[in-house]
Design a binder for this molecule. Sequence first.
Ligand SMILES: [Zn+2]
Length: 296
Amino acid sequence: MTCRLCSGRGLASLVVVLGLGVGAGSTATGQSKPATASAPGAPVYEVYAVRYATAPGLAVSSLVAGADPSRKIDIPFMIWVLKGPGGRNVLVDAGSYQGPVFERWKLADFVKPSVAIGKIGLAPGDVTDIIITHIHWDHVGGLDLFPAARVWIQRDEFTHYVDEQGQPKDKAIAADDAAMLAKLKKEGRLALVDGDAKEIIPGVTVYTGGKHTYASQYVAARSAAGTVVLASDNIYLYENLEKHLPLGLTGDQAADLRVQERVLRLASSPRLIVPGHDPAVFERFPKPGGGVARIE
Ligand SMILES: [Zn+2]
């Protein structure tokens, strides 16, 4: 079985997907919510999921372990936006818009990520930071659309996939994306994050994820509704969490499981956990609409 999501090249090694978990019910035990490592006075963000394309007809079994092989799903490709006070606008992932892998996917409803954020009143130059969860093309390829942004990625993720000359060290990363990350590093715009539970921006903490890629990360942010967790591809669909099922293909089920358990502890409510590719995000959070979901 191959995982189109991972690379478009069908590399099973890239696959990973989600993991699994412990039930959403485990969060309803009344335990105190440690939430993130943010200080009490940290800023509060408006949190949005913004769809930039739709991929039709994916096999659910590639996303959720054990799913009926005949089930198909149209999945959104998203970026996430943390709109903070004082003009701090943080993207979580940058989407994609060009390149051979992008072209191979026949995406529907495509809107360039830099245009899509206009739906929440942002211009590309307004983006101050981009947190890259992992190096797959649909999450990293749009980086050069945002000329002013500082880009955050796990150091181990960067060094595992990109060599000193900007060449890919692994097929999981597209060659043009590797070159772009190396260029950002040369320009001093790449911030390499050293490990887990780092509050890299006030009110925004990153955590190391499962083995979807070598050193993926996910993001917790303070919002008016509490701590929101943007899981990215550590959790593909709500179904993974809600049925406690791993990703369809994963390199490390145990690691995926641990991520899910932890995400449930970190989020102020299970409903504030946002999976990486679930169309239901836009049904559960229907406002403001038009491919934008305000997580609240
Ligand atoms: Zn993805």
